[in-house]
Design a protein around this ligand. Structure first.
Ligand code: SHN
Ligand code: NAI
Length: 216
């Protein structure tokens, strides 16, 4: 069986988390980082979730899950400590066609969650198709050590350059060559040393922006 990896835009989409413990709270925090509209239903809520509620960052319902909690939900993450409840939430989601993740229960999941190594807008998501979350975690830690802040900086620079070039309508074959030349250059070494000026200069030269500036 092969899972299909995607990156969802969750902005303002209602994401329901069922359960109010530590695991639910971890899932809620990641959803908030993605600007989802987070709704939580739990019989009791962790201190962290209560704080998020007071800050108005999530909408909470204290009590038992009922099917009406699913109204309007784009996706559901179920993190209760009661297998019968998890099973019911899964069945209700299936009836309504809402994708669900039941934590630690791949048989009841429409999607599973990856381990994520992040550096700014760079995300490396790791899955083992459920075979070994411990290995996914180890790989995430290795990647975090290997890909430092210089990658975030380079990505931001490339993003800016790419916006400028697309706006100017450069032919895409030319863009492909320019970006490849930059990415495979020694620019990361400049950034690793903190030499931003040398990195800027490299981009200007490889993108031919020096020439453009000198054009009449
Ligand atoms: C299928 C999946 C469904 C899902 O939950 O989405 C699932 C299922 C299960 N996890 C279990 C256990 C553990 N899970 C972790 C950690 C993580 N688990 C995550 C995802 C997933 N876990 C999905 C597959 C992902 C993949 O493809 O690899 C991560 C990546 C992301 C996240 O949870 O957000 C996060 C690491 C985040 C990070 O650190 O970067 C650890 C390690 C630890 O906690 O230190 C352990 C103990 C060690 C071990 O068992 O390996 C058990 C057995 C429970 C039991 O023993 O009873 C099951 C059930 C089963 O396997 O049947
Ligand atoms: N604690 C951990 O580090 C890990 C836990 N898990 C799994 O995740 C599950 C949740 O873990 P925790 O958050 O630590 O558990 P927890 O016991 O702190 O939280 C469970 C939550 O589910 C809520 N709940 C129970 N029945 C409910 C219902 N009918 N309607 C609404 N809410 C209901 C409870 O009020 C509670 O807030 C565990 O059962 C376990 O299977 C998995 C990996 C690690």
């Amino acid at each position: 069986m092969k899972y299909y990896p995607v990156f969802f835009d969750l902005r303002e989409k209602i994401c329901l988390v069922v359960g109010g413990g530590g695991v639910a709270e971890r899932k809620v925090r990641r959803l908030l980082e993605c600007d989802a509209a987070v709704r939580v239903v739990g019989e009791c809520l962790s201190g962290g979730l209560q704080t998020l509620q007071k800050e108005g960052r999530i909408q909470c319902q204290v009590g038992r899950y009922s099917p009406s909690c699913l109204d309007g939900a784009f996706m559901v993450i179920c993190a209760t400590d009661d297998r019968a409840v998890n099973e019911q939430v899964m069945q209700d989601c299936r009836k309504r066609g809402i994708p669900i993740n039941v934590v630690d229960d791949p048989e009841r999941c429409d999607f599973i969650l990856p381990a994520i190594a992040e550096q700014g807008d760079l995300s490396v998501a790791i899955s083992t198709a459920g075979k070994s979350p411990a290995l996914a975690k180890r790989l995430r830690q290795e990647l975090e050590r290997q890909y430092g802040p210089e990658y975030r900086e380079l990505l931001d620079m490339l993003g800016e350059l790419r916006k400028r070039r697309l706006a100017k309508g450069h032919p895409s074959e030319e863009n492909q060559k320019v970006f490849e030349a930059i990415v495979f250059s020694d620019i990361l070494e400049h950034l690793r040393k903190g030499d931003r000026a040398a990195a800027d200069e490299k981009i200007r030269r490889l993108a031919g922006e020096d020439l453009e500036r000198n054009e009449p």
